[in-house]
Design a protein around this ligand. Structure first.
Ligand SMILES: NC(=O)c1ccc[n+]([C@@H]2O[C@H](COP(=O)([O-])OP(=O)(O)OC[C@H]3O[C@@H](n4cnc5c(N)ncnc54)[C@H](OP(=O)(O)O)[C@@H]3O)[C@@H](O)[C@H]2O)c1
Length: 275
């Protein structure tokens, strides 16, 4: 029995809070579908240094990292992949015999979700928000030859982010009318997220039928912004797709197996009430 337990590879989510996360559900469903001996648990972590020591000492195979530790965790890791290094934030840790490597899969996942619906090259993109997720997305977008405008409630943060990623323009939310001449709109703020589901960051009058609207908020699955975008004839990209693709990339880093994407996606959409 002891051997059986020892042979299970453990992966975890570290953050605070973690209790509402869908990660255990989707990772464990994928392990089960492939019949591999892994288990994914959540650890509510206040002291990140101790959590990293535990991951190393206990041979925990991998960790997803969420708020508020994505930046602080960097100094306890041995190696970083180029996106994590460029962004200065980590959302994934892989433990190879005590050597901990940090990755950031958020930007790639966002781009993958977006590129299912639209090309990026030469497009005018309005990115609303300047927090952690916006940073990962902005950096990934700028690798793809887009014309990037960053808008944020706190304009100083938009300016800082624009400077950091070399965006073409930035401003406060009073410049949201720029959406009317954009090809792609991305909401990377928390606006519209449950319980504030009646809120939207962009007035519907600025949405038009040549626009692709990507809302990275995934709870609810269809936010007010996406609902109103559909009404105006926009193509839409759901935030859950980004969550799915970053989880899929983590799964492959943790296990070395190709992700059973359909299993993960159906588990996720069922949990979000999306059928
Ligand atoms: N789909 C996915 O896989 C995925 C991945 C990561 C995050 N997310 C979601 O993305 C959202 C942002 O996450 P984050 O980690 O970047 O958060 P964060 O670092 O806390 O940044 C929050 C952003 O939202 C803005 N904001 C908050 N309340 C606002 C309001 N009332 N009006 C206008 N702007 C407001 C903030 O503006 P200020 O700078 O002015 O405060 C800031 O730009 C969350 O809903 C999160 O769940 C989704």
């Amino acid at each position: 029995m002891a051997e059986l337990v020892a042979s299970v590879k453990i992966c975890c989510l570290i953050g605070d809070p973690v209790e509402h996360s869908l990660s255990p559900l989707i990772h464990n469903a994928a392990y089960k579908a492939l019949g591999i001996n892994y288990s994914y648990i959540t650890l509510q972590v206040k002291d990140i240094e101790r959590a990293i020591e535990t991951i190393r000492a206990q041979g925990i195979r991998g960790a997803s990292v969420t708020t508020p530790h994505k930046v602080d965790v960097l100094k306890y890791l041995d190696r970083l992949d180029p996106p994590a290094e460029a962004i200065g934030a980590v959302n994934t840790i892989v433990n190879d015999n005590g050597i901990l490597t940090g990755y950031n899969t958020d930007g790639d996942a966002a781009l993958k979700a977006l590129e299912e619906v639209t090309d990026l090259g030469g497009k005018k993109v309005v990115l609303v928000g300047s927090g952690g997720a916006a940073l990962a997305i902005a950096a990934a977008l700028k690798e793809n030859n887009v014309n990037l405008i960053i808008l944020n409630r706190t304009e100083a943060k938009a300016r800082q982010l624009a400077k950091r990623v070399n965006a073409e323009d930035y401003g406060g939310l009073e410049r949201l009318s720029l959406v009317a001449s954009a090809d792609i709109l991305i909401n990377a703020t928390t606006v519209g997220m449950a319980p504030g589901t009646r809120e939207t960051i962009v007035p519907q009058e600025f949405l038009h039928d040549r626009l692709t609207v990507f809302d990275i908020v995934y709870n609810p699955r269809e936010t007010r912004l996406l609902r109103e975008a559909k009404e105006r004839g926009c193509a839409v990209v759901y935030g859950y797709k980004m969550l799915l693709y970053q989880a899929a990339q983590q799964f492959e880093l943790f296990t070395g197996h190709p992700t059973p994407l359909e299993v993960m996606e159906s588990t996720l959409t069922k949990a979000l009430g999306g059928g």
